[in-house]
Write a new protein. Structure first.
Length: 258
């Protein structure tokens, strides 16, 4: 990255070399190029918070649910120089939780590339019995401790002691829906604190990689009618415990950025 001192030095050099020609247009163009390059370099440096390319699962930890004994399998699959996450469920459910959290106002966008092998015949996003997806990308929002009430803090403390994780304030779940006629945004049948946003529908694109690019803050406001808490984390899940079916899905990368 060019420093401001280097920009000034180069500018002086340019002036010295072309002053005899009095080519003011040339000088101005070169100065604009140098300044633009410097500013763009600074912006690029801060644009991406992190990019997960699934060389390993060291940045993730398993998330299990009470009363669900059969868990989804998450592994790294390699083909030559390519590597990606493989999620396989068979009448099972569990998730992967990213170890880091981030500020959604500073880094509101998430991009990823995913694929599913198949969808579920018995899935219905509006019922508990059909609440299964071959792949989900969760944005899990933490309680703002400064704004949380006494009972919210107490409930979070009890859940952490029992299960080892904090109660989320709310979640956005970006899903590949099995039904073609799904609404754009659906309230989870188990809780109104979780909203599902349908990005892909049905089996037409199954077996092909799909790119996604979402804006967390904008989507949260559409789904909940208010602004989100600032801190959030990522989770991934392929689940089929309700339908009793099975599927394999893949994620090539995830990028959290501005």
């Amino acid at each position: 990255m060019l420093s401001l001192r280097l920009v000034r030095n180069l500018s002086c050099l340019i002036f010295a070399k072309v002053s005899m020609r009095q080519n003011k247009t040339y000088i101005l163009i070169m100065l604009l190029i140098l300044v633009s390059f410097t500013l763009n370099s600074v912006a690029e440096e801060r644009k991406i918070l992190f990019r997960e390319e699934f060389n390993s699962l060291e940045n993730w930890k398993p998330l299990y649910f009470p009363k669900i004994q059969k868990h989804t399998s998450y592994t790294i699959e390699r083909h030559g120089s390519e590597h990606y996450l493989r999620a396989e469920s068979n009448a099972s459910a569990s998730a992967l939780l990213h170890k880091e959290t981030f500020n959604v106002y500073e880094y509101p966008r998430v991009k990823w590339n995913w694929e599913v092998s198949n969808v579920y015949a018995g899935a219905d996003p509006k019922t508990k019995a059909g609440d299964d997806y071959p792949i989900r990308m969760y944005i899990i929002f933490a309680y703002d401790t400064e704004k949380s009430g006494f009972f919210a803090k107490l409930r979070n403390s009890l859940v952490r002691k029992l299960y080892g994780y904090n109660t989320p304030h709310s979640t956005l779940s970006y899903v590949w829906s099995s039904k073609e006629d799904s609404d754009a945004i659906i309230t989870n049948p188990y809780t109104d604190k979780a909203k599902m946003i349908i990005l892909e529908r049905g089996s037409q694109k199954a077996g092909a990689w799909q790119d996604e690019d979402i804006h967390i803050v904008e989507d949260y406001r559409k789904a909940f009618g208010e602004s989100p808490p600032p801190q959030a984390g990522l989770a991934i899940m392929n689940d089929s415990d309700n339908t009793g079916e099975s599927s394999v899905s893949f994620i090539r990368y995830i990028e959290v950025c501005r």
